[in-house]
Design a protein around this ligand. Structure first.
Ligand code: AMP
Length: 280
């Protein structure tokens, strides 16, 4: 695993692979790696000749009151977790490598689709602008054939898929399944913030999905009723931000649920924000 922190370094290394005719798979992360991240790396490894992983806590996707400063940064442990999987390149850019003074950021600007203003977009203004900016910059530097994103961040995956279509980028966006703890809690770097007790409360999100799914299978399609079913199982310690049943591609909210619609959930447990989703 070659580690590079400079824009020129990663450009030269990936260009050399391209010249050899090798396909490049790219897995962007913010570090504090867990098995969910590793599953993306494994999938990239099986599908591409070369796998590039990035670790970069992107300031542009955090709001002024969010946890950018305290976000876990565990590069040594991350490297230890990645090494056995043998990705070819680990890109750990400096801030200057991603956003050099000489770069005209407006060249990276992508006019976001309407869906980016819904759900997490409404609660975290500027978040998806920040995500799309950094992902475009990574795509420009690395020029991957395939890029791997977790379904855990379903709205993010949908927006990036849309961005790649809108900009006609020659990149295959691959959505990878959510990895969960044995309790059903979706793995997340932010789970480190949770106490043991909190983790039990957080696991009720998954129990709520399963219950809602069962009510749907019992022939309830009214999404107001389904949202009520979800809330009935959710720990009262969790303050919901949104629960929506949406079309899996357009993310339009539905009034009558259909098979393969997604239940999108976000909520707060104390100061920790939890997001998750589930397919009907
Ligand atoms: P992050 O480091 O949180 O920005 O996540 C990097 C990538 O890993 C994103 O594409 C996430 O959707 C994905 N990811 C995070 N948690 C999980 C999980 N539990 N299962 C699968 N993918 C995940």
């Amino acid at each position: 695993m070659i580690i590079s922190s400079s824009a020129e370094g990663i450009q030269a290394l990936t260009a050399a692979y391209r010249d050899e005719g090798k396909t490049i798979g790219f897995v962007p992360t913010m570090g504090a790696l867990h098995a969910g991240h590793l599953s993306l790396v494994k999938q990239a490894k099986t599908e591409c000749d070369v796998t590039v992983v990035s670790i970069f806590v992107n300031p542009k996707q955090f709001g002024p009151t969010e946890d950018f400063k305290t976000y876990p940064r565990t590069l040594e442990a991350d490297t230890d977790l990645l090494s056995p999987l043998e990705p070819d390149l680990l890109f750990t850019p400096t801030l200057e490598a991603i956003y050099p003074r000489s770069l005209n950021l407006s060249n990276l600007h992508y006019p976001l689709p309407e869906m980016a203003s819904w759900y997490c977009g409404a609660i975290r203004p500027g978040h998806f602008e920040g995500v799309c900016t950094v992902v475009r910059r990574f795509f420009d530097l690395i020029r991957p054939n395939s890029a791997y994103f977790g379904e855990k961040d379903y709205q993010q995956l949908s927006i990036i898929s849309q961005m790649v279509r809108d900009l006609s980028l020659p990149i295959r966006v691959v959505g990878c399944p959510i990895l969960r703890e044995p309790s059903g809690l979706a793995m997340s770097s932010r789970n480190q913030y949770l106490s043991k007790q909190d983790a039990l409360h957080a696991a009720t999100i998954y129990a709520s999905f399963l219950h809602t799914h069962q009510i749907f299978l019992d022939n309830t399609t009214d999404t107001d009723l389904l949202r009520g079913a979800f809330l009935s199982q959710l720990s009262e310690h969790i303050v919901p931000e949104y629960i929506e049943i949406v079309d899996p591609i357009s993310l339009e909210p539905q009034t009558e649920a259909r098979f393969t619609d997604k239940i999108l959930f976000a909520g707060r447990l104390g100061t920790t924000r939890l997001i998750d989703n589930y397919s009907l």
